[in-house]
Design a protein around this ligand. Sequence first.
Ligand SMILES: [Zn+2]
Length: 251
Amino acid sequence: MFIFDVHAWLSHYPITYTCCIAASTVAVSEVIWFAYKYIRTFIPRKEVFDVLMFNENGYECIFQHHKNVNKSAPLKCKNVNCSQNSINRIIETIDKAQYCIDMAMFTFNSTELFEALKQAMARGVQLRIICENSRAFKAGTSIWMLINLGAMMRGPKSLSLMHHKFCIIDEELRVEEICLERGRRTKPNLCNSCIINGSANWTIRGFGGNWENIVITTNNVMIKELQAEFNRMWKAFTISLEPVEDMKMFA
Ligand SMILES: [Zn+2]
């Protein structure tokens, strides 16, 4: 009876043997990776619910932070209302974005958060901004600089104000939409969808002069509701106006 000896056959063909081993390793690692992603979808995520308060105590520790400015790790001071810690927490959240950030912000001029968004865009994150048309190109705002870097912006034509201050990071359906737009057939990586929402505009005054709050959460209901409203506004609002005179001051 003829018995086909695979090992003997492969030992006569070392290149084929090596290719078979390599292909098997890749196939096994792919199976393990897909199994891991599949299993993870059944494990409930630990919900994040961080409440940041901005108030008159926020800048008691500002001199410590100024002294620490050149150190690689940001100072974790013990001031529970430390504005710098809160800003760092927002930056940390933006830094985790992998695919998309949808931001609805009345006005925006925080240098640190501008840098975080700029870095996100540099690593391929798609940024859409909804804001007041009148504010987008106003002197001192950072929005037009983000537009120049490739962010898309829309705003209402209305006497009522677009007064939201929220930001959605990597919402599931939006991520899938982006992956389809980019022509990727595979399912996207698992990502940490979350929102940053509150009363504060992302401005120097919002973080350092006013009494404000910001909540960072992975709560799915809030993420879906805010994404639905963002999508609704995005369809309803017009594409950004051309830059006007004020921006020339920063050109
Ligand atoms: Zn502090």
